[in-house]
Design a protein around this ligand. Sequence first.
Ligand code: HSE
Length: 441
Amino acid sequence: MSKPIRLGIAGLGTVGAAVVKLLNERQQRLQAALPRRIQLVAVTARDRTKDRGVDLSGFEWVDDAVALAVSPDIDVFIELIGGETGTAYDAVEAALRSGKSVVTANKALLAHHGTELARLAEKSGAALKFEAAVAGGIPIIKALRESLWSSEIRRVYGILNGTCNYILPLMMTEGRAFDDVLAEAQAAGYAEADPTFDIGGFDAAHKLALLTSIAFGTEVAFDDIYVEGIENITPADIDAADELGYRIKLLGVALKTDAGIEQRVHPTMVPKHSAIAEVNGVTNCVAVDGDDVGAIMLVGPGAGAGPTASSVVSDIMDIARGDRTPAFVRPAADLVPQERARMRAHEGAYYIRMSVYDRPGAFAAIAGRMAEQEVSLESIVQRRAHRALPGIDAGRAPGELTNVVLITHPTTEAAIRKALEAIVADGHIVHKPQMIRIENL
Ligand code: HSE
């Protein structure tokens, strides 16, 4: 057997410690599948004294991640620090410049600097691998890079954030408030250090940016993603969705259209009996629609020490086998700039919920505004009436309010937005209307 491939790990949080443990405990099994021995030789983290539940005594301790990244003692740098900039960026950049392959779980780093880092890796002949950055233990990157490569892909979509997927079903089944369930997800360790990354949709968007690039051969373009989080979803929406036969999920969708690649992350109504509606809790799922292959869906743990470590080790194994395929499969120079499809061009059905003054002509005016934009309504449901809150609409005598829920037939987002602007201007409703896109599955 040739000389071992030497690993250095930067970041010994839950995932880093789990990778050390996995490499220790599964040594024999890993070696059985590899032409070269893999050997962890050095580690670095912020706090040397912390007990991480793994024995680090056999490894060199390096105080500085960048120093480890360029150390002549390692061949592969494993970045588990996290963060779009700062030490993670500096260390990965330094490792790639010095020709060392990199394995990272850092979705934010790659979503913002993926194309540039892929270019650096190719220049120095290094590999840059990131299975753990997207959907934890689900091997979707490998599936797209290898197994599904021959298919022309039309759409990639999925539940890419476990925290949101944990919150939304609990709001429905237990009728609990958003903040209460979020606090529970944070306590359980699912949420990002800053949970606005989760609930604001940005974590899912980071992952979607990477999937899009591999699936469609485009430069990584996080800034071209339309992002809307789940902060404004109310129990009223969840109840209405249930009555109408839907569940609400935060979906990430990348779709090839005539106008370009539509990349979006937003709360989405999916049919209650679809496979994706059944994916609950911190579980993630990624679905791919491709020519030839048809519809594929992978479901599994999207976070957590064990699943994420398993993906990190799978990348290390590929490097040990000699895989130097470009990070996004095509050489970075061949990735085409994103041709961004604007959300106003999005076509689909919509759920709209409005608090309407229950008075003659209100419904007719709303339906009229929809008709003006050629939006056809599939259903209108008037839900329980309630009293207007005092002061909700200064200058107008408070009247009875009724919750009106509309489901439209497929239309363009531009038409819906224009119709809603006119409805708001007509003054028959209080509050901004709620609009949730319905995904055609
Ligand atoms: N905060 C992420 C989630 C963890 O909730 O899915 C994995 O990226």
